[in-house]
Write a new protein. Structure first.
Lengths: 82, 304
């Protein structure tokens, strides 16, 4: 399972999303789109919008910190907890 | 059927929930997010027990305390209506419908919208309400900020090192902000200020490409890719209900947290409480659950 969190350093919902994965011992890649214009474009292309966070769980794109949508996507993806 | 439904999970809603859990009530919390306005509060120096704490840290503490109890939480739902049918309160959201014998409304305040064409269409496609979150995505672009208070000027300062140019569009003839911020903005050479100006329309294709602005009776175009709306907050009381509001849209409550509808209580910034403070909202949330609990006890006895 591959999880990417597109975030900015100062956004509270990004922090909450990252805390959620940390608390549940789920490995994720933290991408700071504030420091990486290429990844920012990638995030905009994937999600069709410019708000952070955007979470990519094996290709399932979740906009914002939507815990119910995250849990649904995690269930659909093969469990691979660290 | 629940004993109690709590709407909102900011300081008022979370405290209401902690009290409901301690009273062993069968309750449900429905909220858009956890934390509310406190999430965006950078520095808190007036919450008893903490000489200094950030909003995000305080919310984290709130959540940890909430998690000590088993709380049924529906996150990411928006309440559409609260209807009383007999003794039952029906709460309908954009996703489901719930029933309870009592309700505590603690939905807080949300950013005020401009209410112009294109605002909804380009939300998160150029139109943003959180400079702290989304400013870095506008690197090297021309953007605009709507507003003339401290939060608008703060957003402008945050964008200063990110955007190539900022148009600051203020509806008032002069800023209502701290002089130190105004001085910084005037000295930057990166900000064009339009006072007594209004935004008429937001337009673009897939993403926002510009604004139509009107000043002194003349309309003109600003080719900006982003608009940060910082024009204050409004009470989140836009659901359908019989609860009485004041002229500002705040829910009227008495000193026992009661609204005009028996069984419906309210707490925090969504109400006409005189002080909009985190610590006050917490206290009001506690009061509302205690009042709801006594209301339910009274009704139980009457039913016997």
């Amino acid at each position: 399972m591959s999880i990417k969190v597109y975030s900015t350093a100062t956004c509270p919902f990004c922090t909450m999303a990252k805390n959620y994965f940390k608390k549940n011992n789920i490995t994720f890649e933290d991408i700071d789109v504030g420091n990486d214009a290429v990844q920012a474009q990638e995030m905009i292309r994937k999600s069709g919008q410019m708000g952070v966070p955007v979470i990519d769980i094996d290709g399932a794109i979740i906009i914002g910190f939507d815990q119910q949508a995250i849990e649904k996507a995690l269930k659909a993806a093969p469990a691979e907890k660290k | 059927m629940y004993d109690l439904i709590i709407i909102g999970a900011g300081p008022a809603g979370i405290t209401a929930s902690i009290y409901a859990a301690r009273k062993r009530m069968n309750f449900l919390v429905i909220t858009g997010n956890i934390g509310g306005q406190t999430l965006w509060t950078t520095n808190i120096e007036n919450y008893t027990g903490y000489q200094f704490i950030t909003g995000a840290e305080l919310v984290q503490k709130f959540i940890e305390q909430l998690e000590q109890s088993r709380v049924q939480l529906k996150q990411g739902e928006k309440v559409i209506s609260i209807k009383k049918e007999g003794e039952t309160l029906k709460v309908t959201t954009d996703k489901a419908a719930y029933e309870a014998r009592a309700v505590v409304i603690a939905s807080g305040k949300v950013p005020r919208k401009l209410g112009v064409p294109g605002e909804e269409e380009y939300r998160n496609k150029g139109v943003a309400y959180c400079a702290a979150c989304d400013a870095p995505l506008f690197s090297g672009m021309e953007v605009a900020v709507a507003g003339g208070g401290n939060s608008a000027l703060d957003a402008t300062l945050q964008l200063m090192n990110i955007a190539s140019h900022i148009s600051l569009i203020d509806a008032s003839p002069r800023f209502k902000a701290d002089p130190v911020m105004i001085e910084k903005i005037e000295a930057s050479g990166k900000v064009t200020v339009y006072h007594a100006a209004s935004i008429e329309r937001i337009h673009g294709d897939t993403f926002m490409q510009g604004l139509t602005v009107r000043q002194s009776g003349k309309a003109f175009e600003l080719p900006v890719k982003g608009l940060f709306v910082e024009i204050g907050y409004v009470p989140a009381s836009d659901f359908k209900s019989d609860v009485a509001l004041n002229e500002y849209g705040e829910i009227l409550v008495n000193c026992n947290s009661e609204t005009s509808v028996p069984g419906v209580f309210a707490a925090g910034d969504v109400t006409d409480v005189s002080a909009k403070q985190i610590i006050v909202a917490c206290g009001e949330g506690a009061k509302a659950t205690i009042a709801a609990f006594s209301y339910l006890e009274r009704h139980k006895q009457e039913a016997l």
